[in-house]
Design a protein around this ligand. Structure first.
Ligand code: C5J
Length: 223
């Protein structure tokens, strides 16, 4: 296990205790990332999320090599949609809704091909997979318990989308007392403006709910 280090981050350097840090990979699911999937049916350019895959795969490899706890999350629902509030299910006028048949099975339904994590970042034995019905990874999950069991106090937050599930999870984690580093090239948004502002919001006001740093800094710290 790598030793504690101080990393260059925004808004200020951060002392990172790698033995008490987890890599959290949010919702790198086929439904959000693959051409023809749910994200694209909502009118989004999924290539913007694809840019995250290579740097995140490199960071994941470094975290695994360092023996760091790795946690993957998946946004989705039970097949009967009993855990999907009508306020979420009926939102807007999308071409397809959660639970409808899509290019990769029923959209955002647990057990379907599209709900699962892309091949490049597939969990390996022992890695925790948190299935979450909401945007935040703490709501209606045992994530907090898992982190406490492992003595984790700091999180490297990655995944998609920056302004939705990454932000919600980071804000919740911050409120629960975790120090969060959002890895700037390992989070992605369908909207370039949201990506830029979403990252700026985290580190503004002295790091109002976290730090940001590029993956190169973290890979170097882990190796
Ligand atoms: C969204 C997510 N954007 N994982 N989900 O609906 O950010």
């Amino acid at each position: 296990m790598a030793q504690p280090v101080t990393i260059a981050a925004l808004p200020a350097p951060l002392h990172l205790d790698i033995a008490r840090t987890a890599l959290v990979i949010i919702d790198m699911q086929r439904d959000f990332l693959l051409p023809g999937g749910f994200g694209e049916t909502l009118g989004n350019d999924v290539s913007r999320l694809q840019q995250v895959v290579a740097p995140l795969a490199e960071l994941l490899a470094a975290a695994r090599a360092a023996g760091m706890l790795v946690i993957h999350t998946r946004e989705g629902h039970l097949p009967d949609l009993s855990d999907c509030p009508p306020a979420k299910l009926n939102r807007g006028t999308p071409a397809k809704r959660i639970g409808d048949p899509g290019a990769y099975g029923r959209i955002l339904i647990r057990g379907e091909y599209g709900h699962d994590i892309i091949d490049e970042l597939a969990p390996v034995g022992g890695e925790v997979v948190i299935d979450k019905p909401g945007k935040g990874a703490f709501y209606a999950t045992d994530l907090d318990t898992v982190l406490a069991e492992h003595g984790v106090t700091q999180l490297l937050v990655t995944g998609v989308t920056t302004e939705v599930c990454v932000h919600t999870t980071t804000r919740e984690a911050n409120d629960r007392g975790y120090e969060c580093v959002v890895v700037s090239d390992c989070v992605g948004s369908y909207f370039p403006e949201f990506q830029r502002v979403g990252l700026e919001m985290i580190a503004a006001q002295g790091g109002i709910f976290g730090w940001t740093a590029p993956s190169g800094v973290l890979v170097a710290a882990l190796t």
